[in-house]
Design a protein around this ligand. Sequence first.
Ligand code: HEC
Length: 245
Amino acid sequence: MSDHSPSGSRPLIPGQINAWLGAVIFSGLAFLVIAYVYVANRPQGGADTERRVAQKALRADAESKAQALLTTPARNPDGTVRIPIQDAMALIAADNKVLGKIAPPVVAGAAPAVAFVKADDEVMKRGAAVYARTCIACHQPTGKGLPPVFPSIAETPIVVGNPELPIKFITNGLMGPITVGGMTFNSMMPPVAGVTDQDISDVLTYVRQSFGNKGNPVSVEQVKAVRAANAARTAPWTTAELGLK
Ligand code: HEC
């Protein structure tokens, strides 16, 4: 209530705020006007369009060079692939997505085109636990199985091949003649009971990166999709049905 209380200066504060607000709004409007003038007057048509067309042509050229390089590469007298520097530049210039669409040349004995992705330690740990619980009795701690009854899954092609197959036969079982490592088996792998989509993705990732195998991780989404697409299936898969011999 005293005359010396700070309340005497109070009316000034809203006034100051008003001034700041005014300044902020003013500079905002000024910015909008400048932006509008800039956008309205930016160079149009002519030069810009030409530049874009030229870029597109350059890109198409780079892509066709990349395609030629990948499908019919030049070769040295000894048969190895020769990549001239300008072609390598074209490859680098071409869009990765385009490169992805071009089938790589089939070279006998060549390394797989897909880059190897190492699985997380956590996934490997979980996968090892699922393996110990559901596969180890037959395929053994070494992955080498117990021939002539249980086949090896160490460095065998099915293990690191299309994961759709093992997802199918882990879920429903597998029977019929199958040759693994030069030995023909004709027994049955029963459906693996009590495994979730996560368990299957973990255990497949684990076996694909253990026992000398080098296959990429299998995702839960892959497992889910394959199992959903075959949900009506109850009978074990036969090796013939899956194209296995
Ligand atoms: C009860 C024994 C048994 C269990 C448990 C078992 N399998 Fe098998 N597995 C077999 C037999 C037997 C075959 C061959 C089937 C045939 O003759 O058609 C086979 C085949 C396979 C094959 C394809 C052939 C090869 O050797 O590459 C893979 C891969 C495989 N099993 C992985 C697994 C995985 C992973 C698990 C655990 C999730 C598992 N199996 C559990 C017995 C078993």
